[in-house]
Design a protein around this ligand. Structure first.
Ligand code: GLY
Length: 371
């Protein structure tokens, strides 16, 4: 069975198709959007070794010709150098304005290829085939594309919506437990920001997800994509509600910067710690009942996730330095930090007047806490 989530964006509307073994049937979904029987695929070397075969066998059997560019795996690929490389390669392949580029990979490939598609010939179509949980529930949907700058992550980019997102749940079977749990940080975020019944469901089925229950995985991905699609339809370019998707991210971006964007802290792990601290902060300033953060913390711990800065190995800077890193966040307006805070599970909102001392205290406690 294939589930469909529609991202309602008028002339730029598209489907997110979710199901099992979709890569082996990819031509069925691609053919309706192709103007000629040719695609360009950009992927990374790790994903290519695992999943490229299923995709291209099916394309060849269906008479669709393809060319592939394989890039090194890892965050460093989201750079000017590889953007130039992608665009050069696509031009050399004589990819025309009506053609389609496929981004096969996790968030790095999706963001990079989406941005290359946004600027090539003033915008060509692209299809996202996300291969990590994080990309399936978050980065492949919504059209945020871009690369990293020397000055920070995701500072160069464009909104460019894909024409189709193909989410093959079966590819998650090849993910490591750590990477899967990092993606789960983004899944749980949806329950926390706007869907309390989904959080209840995750409390029941979260462990089944990690243990490989494919039905539960499909359900969690579908619910997450539906929530994201609904938010994008209301606010494509983050003028309002879309900011709620950044729950936990203001903290997370500072943690990632402080740990050098290394594998000491994966993005989704930072999101989970950040969500935990957003609840702690909301309770501390009296907008959320005191017992709510304990429930969030208990669920993340039951899943085997990191919940505090003290869960990270190695030394970390003092709380003040984290706060300074937060002040470089894209969400700072007129020197005021905007936080996504919560009134309860499933009830997030944008707050602009948070006292720096409250934030500093929460970070200090998270650095020293031993539970
Ligand atoms: N990952 C947040 C967003 O797409 O807006």
């Amino acid at each position: 069975m294939t589930d469909k989530v529609r991202v309602e964006l008028g002339v730029r509307a598209y489907d997110v198709l979710i199901g099992h073994r979709l890569l082996e049937r990819s031509s069925d979904f691609l053919k309706p959007i192709l103007n000629r029987s040719k695609v360009a695929i950009i992927t990374d070397e790790t994903v290519a070794a695992l999943h490229l075969g299923s995709l291209v066998n099916n394309l060849s059997q269906s008479g669709i010709s393809w060319d592939v560019l394989k890039l090194p795996a890892g965050e460093a690929t989201k750079s000017w150098n590889y953007l130039t490389h992608c665009v050069d390669w696509l031009l050399n392949q004589r990819i025309e304005r009506q053609d389609v580029v496929i981004a096969l990979g996790g968030g790095v490939i999706g963001d990079l290829v989406g941005f290359a598609a946004a600027i090539l010939r003033r915008g060509i179509r692209f299809v996202q085939i996300p291969t990590s949980l994080l990309a399936q529930v978050d980065s492949s949907v919504g059209g945020k594309t871009g690369i990293n700058a020397r000055q920070g992550k995701n500072l160069i980019g464009a909104f460019h919506q894909p024409s189709l997102v193909l989410v093959d749940i079966s590819v998650l079977e090849t993910m490591s437990k750590r990477d899967f749990l990092a993606g789960y940080g983004e899944v749980v975020k949806y329950g926390l920001l706007g869907n309390a019944p989904f959080f209840d469901w995750l409390e029941k089925y979260g462990l089944a997800l990690v243990q490989g229950d494919s039905g539960a995985r499909a359900e969690a991905v579908r619910t997450s994509c539906q929530m994201k699609a609904d938010i994008i339809a209301r606010d494509e370019t983050e003028k309002g509600d879309r900011a709620l998707l950044n729950l936990g991210h203001t903290f997370c971006h500072a943690f990632e910067a402080a740990t050098g964007y290394s594998d000491r802290l994966l993005h989704g792990e930072g999101v989970a710690i950040g969500c935990n601290l957003a609840f702690e902060l909301s309770a501390r300033i009296g907008i959320c009942a005191q017992e709510v953060p304990s429930r969030v913390r208990a669920h993340l711990k039951a899943m085997g996730m990191k919940v505090d800065l003290s869960d990270l190995a190695g030394s970390l800077p003092p709380a003040k330095e984290f706060f300074e890193l937060m002040m470089h966040d894209k969400k700072v307006i007129d020197g005021q930090l905007r936080f996504i805070l919560v009134r309860d599970i499933g009830d997030a909102f944008v707050a602009t007047n948070v006292e720096p001392d409250s934030v500093l205290n929460i970070i200090s406690e998270s650095l020293s806490i031993k539970r």
